[in-house]
Write a protein that binds this ligand. Structure first.
Ligand SMILES: Nc1ncnc2c1ncn2[C@@H]1O[C@H](COP(=O)(O)OP(=O)(O)OP(=O)(O)O)[C@@H](O)[C@H]1O
Length: 585
C-alpha cells in the first residue's frame, strides 16, 4: 500500500469511532483530541524547535477564559469568540516569547514554569473571571442552530486535530520549516543563510500557543465551565510527557502520546484500586513508574518503534519543469568583490587579527593560510559578520559591511561553509541544500500553513538538485546527509552555499580532516566552480592543498599579514617558511 494512504486509517478511525464507542470512551476520545492539539504544537516547539515549554496549559487557559468571558458576559457566539481566543493566545504568546525566548539553556524552561504559575494565580484572583470558582454556564457550540453533542462534538474536536496536524506539517515542509528543523544548535549556520532565528523562534512559539488556545476554546464549550485548575503547571508537565512518550519530534507521536497517556492514566485508575483494594495515591505511583520505564526503554518515544513496522516514506519528487528562482546579477570578471583594510579584532588583551588587508576580485580563488592560532577563524568570522571588528574596513561589492550582522552579508551574496560541518544529519541531502536557498524564497509562514508555497518550493528543490549535480552529488539526493563521508559532507556544504546564488563563496578550512582522495575531489569541484566564474575565498591550514589551487595567497601569523602573492612566490618566501616550519630558511 502507498504509505501516503496510511494516514487515512486514523482519519477513518476518528470518523467511525464516535458512532460505535460507548459514551464513556467518547469522552476519553474528546480529551485525547483536546490534548493532541496542544501536543502537536509542543512537538513543533519542543521536539523539533528545541524550545522546552512547561507552560502550554496556560495558553489553553488563555483560549478557554477568552471565549468563556466573551460568551458568558456578552452572549457572543463561540464561532466569533474562536477568533478572539486565537488573537488572545497569539498576542500573549508573542509577548511572553519576546520576554523569554532570548534565554538559553535551563533558563527558558524555567521561565515557562514561571509564567505558567503567574498566569494561573492571576486568573484565580481576577473577580471578573470568577476567581477560583471560574465561569459557569457557557453555551455549547451549534452548527446551523443545532447544538453539537455526543459524536458530533467529538468530530469537531478531531477536525481541529487534523487541522492542527496539517498546519504544522505544512509549516515544517516549507523554507521556514526547514530552518525550524535545523534550529537546534545551528543558529550560526542559519543566520549565515539569512534566516532570522529570533523571528523563527517567535513564530513556532506563537503557533504552538495558538494551537493550545484553540484546544482551550473547544474545552470550554465542551464542559461549559472554566476554572483555573486544568490550566496549571501540572497540566503543562503532562502535555510535555505526552509529547515525549509519543516521540517528541513526530507529529503522529503527538497524537499517539496523548492517547497513550490518557488511556494509561485512566486504565490505572480502574485497575489499581481493584488490585490493592483501595483507591488513592497508588495509581499515581504506578503511573509515575510506568512513565519512567517508558522514558528509559524508549528515550525517543514510541513512534520510532512503530515507524519501523511501516514502509519508508517515498522520496520527495523533484519536478523537472519547476520554475527557476530569481538570480542576482553576477559581477564582471576582475571587479573587486571583497576589499579588506586594516582589520583588527581584539579579545581582551589579545589581538587575534591585527591590521589584515587584501582584495578579492571576481572569478578568482584567494587563499588565506596560516599556522595554528594565526587568527584565520577570527578573520573568517569577521568576513561573515559573526564577529564585529574593532577597527578596519570590510567592503563587499562596494558596500561597507564591517558593522553589519551575518544576515546582511548573506543578503549581499556571501555564502559560506563551516570548519565543523553544520548539516542536519537526519535530513536528506536535498533538504539540507534547500536550506541554503532560504533568502531566495518569498513565501511566509501563513502561505506555507495554507499550502500556497508549493510552486516556490518546487523551484527551491529543483535548484537544490541542480547544485548537487553541479558538485557531483546528484546520486545522493534522498540519502540522509549524516550517512555521507566527511569529504562528501564538505562538498554538500558547498552545494548548500551555491543554492544561495552567492557572489562569493567563503570556505572555512574545507580540507580539514579529509583523506587524500577526498581532497582531490574537493580540489576538482573548486576548480570547476572557478571555471564557471565563481569567486572563492578559502581560509585553510593545509598549505599543500591550497598551493596548486588558488590564484593568490595571503599568509597570516600571530594575527598579522606576513606575506601576499602568487603561490609560487609564497612558497619561496622565507618568512612564510619560518612561520610554518618554525625554521629559518
Ligand atoms: N572568542 C575568543 N576569545 C578569546 N580569544 C580568542 C577567541 N577566539 C580566538 N581567540 C584567540 O585568538 C587567536 C587566534 O585564534 P583563531 O582561532 O582565529 O586562529 P586559527 O588560525 O583559526 O587557528 P586554528 O588553525 O587552530 O583554528 C588564538 O590565540 C585564540 O586563542
Amino acid at each position: 500500500m502507498n504509505p501516503r494512504y496510511l494516514s487515512l486509517i486514523p482519519v477513518a478511525v476518528a470518523a467511525v469511532a464516535p458512532l460505535v464507542l460507548p459514551a464513556y470512551y467518547i469522552t476519553l476520545m474528546n480529551f485525547i483530541g483536546l490534548a493532541s492539539i496542544v501536543v502537536i504544537g509542543l512537538v513543533l516547539l519542543t521536539g523539533i524547535g528545541g524550545l522546552t515549554s512547561f507552560g502550554q496549559a496556560a495558553f489553553v487557559g488563555v483560549g478557554a477564559y477568552t471565549t468563556a468571558w466573551l460568551t458568558a458576559n456578552f452572549g457572543l457566539s463561540p464561532w466569533l469568540t474562536i477568533f478572539a481566543a486565537v488573537i488572545a493566545t497569539a498576542i500573549s504568546g508573542w509577548l511572553i516569547g519576546l520576554l523569554t525566548l532570548k534565554l538559553s539553556g535551563h533558563y527558558l524552561p524555567l521561565s515557562t514554569i514561571a509564567w505558567s504559575l503567574s498566569l494561573f494565580f492571576l486568573v484565580g484572583n481576577i473577580a471578573a473571571l470568577g476567581g477560583h470558582d471560574g465561569i459557569p454556564g457557557l453555551p455549547g457550540i451549534s452548527v446551523f442552530g443545532r447544538p453539537l453533542s455526543g459524536p458530533a462534538y467529538t468530530w469537531l474536536i478531531w477536525i481541529f486535530v487534523a487541522l492542527a496536524f496539517l498546519s504544522v506539517r505544512n509549516l515544517l515542509d516549507s523554507r521556514n520549516g526547514r530552518a525550524v528543523r535545523s534550529l537546534r544548535g545551528r543558529t550560526v549556520m542559519l543566520e549565515a543563510f539569512g534566516v532570522d532565528t529570533a523571528g523563527l523562534k517567535t513564530l513556532i512559539f506563537v503557533h504552538a500557543a495558538v494551537l493550545a488556545g484553540i484546544s482551550g476554546w473547544l474545552y470550554a464549550h465542551l464542559v461549559q465551565f472554566v476554572n483555573a485548575t486544568p490550566f496549571g503547571l501540572n497540566s503543562g508537565i503532562e502535555y510535555l510527557f505526552m509529547a515525549v512518550i509519543g516521540g517528541a519530534s513526530s507529529l503522529w507521536g503527538g497524537i499517539l502520546g496523548s492517547g497513550l497517556f490518557i488511556l494509561i492514566r485512566d486504565g490505572l485508575q480502574d485497575i489499581v484500586p481493584g488490585l490493592i483494594g483501595t483507591s488513592g495515591a497508588a495509581e499515581s505511583v504506578v503511573f509515575g513508574l510506568l512513565m519512567v520505564l517508558i522514558l528509559q526503554k524508549a528515550s525517543g518515544g514510541l513512534t520510532p518503534y512503530l515507524a519501523r513496522l511501516l514502509p519508508p516514506a517515498p522520496p520527495r519528487i523533484v519536478k523537472d519543469d519547476a520554475a527557476t528562482l530569481p538570480a542576482r546579477p553576477k559581477p564582471a570578471a576582475g571587479t573587486s568583490i571583497l576589499k579588506v583594510e586594516g582589520l583588527v579584532k581584539r579579545f581582551g588583551g589579545l589581538t587575534a587579527v591585527n591590521g589584515v588587508g587584501f582584495n578579492l576580485t571576481a572569478g578568482h580563488i584567494l587563499g588565506v593560510i596560516g599556522p595554528n592560532g594565526a587568527g584565520k577563524s577570527t578573520l573568517f568570522n569577521l568576513l561573515t559578520g559573526v564577529l564585529t571588528p574593532n577597527e578596519g574596513v570590510i567592503e563587499l561589492s562596494g558596500e561597507r559591511m564591517d558593522r553589519r550582522p551575518q544576515a546582511a552579508f548573506a543578503k549581499l551574496g556571501v555564502a559560506r561553509t563551516f570548519q565543523h560541518v553544520m548539516l542536519r544529519g537526519d535530513m536528506s541531502v536535498l533538504e539540507n541544500v534547500a536550506v541554503g536557498a532560504h533568502l531566495r524564497g518569498r513565501r511566509g509562514a501563513f502561505s506555507a500553513i495554507l499550502g500556497l508555497d508549493r510552486e516556490e518550493e518546487a523551484a527551491i528543490f529543483a535548484n537544490a538538485r541542480r547544485q548537487l549535480e553541479r558538485v557531483g552529488l546528484g546520486e545522493y539526493l534522498h540519502m540522509p546527509a549524516g550517512s555521507l563521508a566527511l569529504g562528501q559532507q564538505r562538498i554538500l556544504e558547498i552545494a548548500r552555499a551555491l543554492a544561495a546564488d552567492p557572489v562569493v563563496l567563503l570556505l572555512d578550512e574545507p580540507a580539514a580532516g579529509l583523506r587524500y582522495h577526498e581532497k582531490q575531489k574537493l580540489d576538482e569541484v573548486l576548480r570547476q566552480l572557478r571555471e564557471e566564474g565563481m569567486t572563492i575565498l578559502i581560509v585553510e591550514h593545509d598549505m599543500e592543498f591550497v598551493m596548486n589551487l588558488v590564484d593568490r595567497l595571503v599568509v597570516v601569523d600571530f594575527g598579522q599579514k606576513i606575506a601576499e602573492g602568487l603561490p609560487e612566490e609564497i612558497q619561496e618566501n622565507s618568512r612564510v617558511q619560518q612561520a610554518y616550519l618554525g625554521v629559518d630558511a
